[in-house]
Design a protein around this ligand. Sequence first.
Ligand SMILES: *Cc1c(COP(=O)(O)O)cnc(C)c1O
Length: 404
Amino acid sequence: MDYQRVFAQAIDRLHEEGRYRVFIDILRNKGTFPNARCFAGHNGPKPITVWCSNDYLAMGQHPKVIAAMEEALHDVGAGSGGTRNIGGNTHYHVDLEAELADLHGKEGALLFTSGYVSNEATLSTLARILPGCIIFSDALNHASMIAGIRSSGAEKRVFRHNDVAHLEELLAAEDPELPKLIAFESVYSMDGDVAPIAEICDLADKYNAITYLDEVHAVGMYGPRGGGISDREQVADRLTIIEGTLGKAFGVMGGYIAADRNIIDVIRSYAPGFIFTTSLSPVLVAGVLASVRHLKASCVERDGQQAAAALLKQLFADAGLPVMQSTTHIVPLMVGDPAKAKKISDILLAEYGVYVQPINYPTVPRGTERLRFTPGPSHTAEMMRDLTQALVEIWDRLEMRKAA
Ligand SMILES: *Cc1c(COP(=O)(O)O)cnc(C)c1O
């Protein structure tokens, strides 16, 4: 076996398809985000504007979050020192779980080291606990849910994206006695569309299924207290489990689920991905606590984000740029070719100081490669006009623009 040759070929395939991933080397400027510094060239860091951050509400630089983290650091030190079971169950963790349970109107919540881990650990454990469980999974579910479903070993049925009729067809085809779990997202992060949550809950009632909703791209941003789309649509009580991240709109790091006491106890007691890992640093948890509490009470960030997204969509559409239909804060611009998406992104960074990462397969299906913009409350109208102008120039240069 020529190991080196196999590895080199695997990388070559990515280059040939134009989807070899290059990570940008940046530092965000606290206090003036979305401004950042990029370390690409040899002449020292270059100023750029970040357009693809999932720190959607700029909470990662919020003074309350920073102050809470500083205070925790100086009070209790850097790390937690253990798993939740052995020394690492700090008072910050206990407080945050209570805060998150309250956010979703559930009896309990459970923290994980990331949203990915929360999906993987919870789904794989749930389906193993329920004998004969069949999982019904939306076709566009995130890789972390797919990983959890796969490692559970449960039977899986994939329903067409947001297609309630197809979901019902699949549910009706199974033995009514078998346990069933419907796994889906509220806001789909690449197209920016929203699931018909209430209709899916109706089907869950009808076919005696439990539901698992990933609200990663909605928590902090939707609902009067930032509890997500299920908060906005007042259906949180109909969902069995709500999952979220602490690394996107909440601006720090970590993941969680919220559910009734028994389910939380089962996952806490059986999920290896929860049990056998050092708990989140109390410094991070303190920052999240400040962020969640702030966004429960303040709508300024949410309103600012929605206004920014609406304006950017309008500017793109007016300029004849192929902005995708999105009913949320996510603004995708369709390119449809991996090499072109990369090229546009490279030109934007090199010539305009604009950073937006090209989104390629397997994050999105082949042929739907795109640029995904996430304007937030600190992106100004002037930044958006400059961005639109830059895109129009590039689209013209590459002869991609259709008449407006
Ligand atoms: C980012 C993401 C996750 C993972 O969350 P992390 O906290 O980043 O690990 C889970 N689900 C969806 C839909 C995501 O986009």
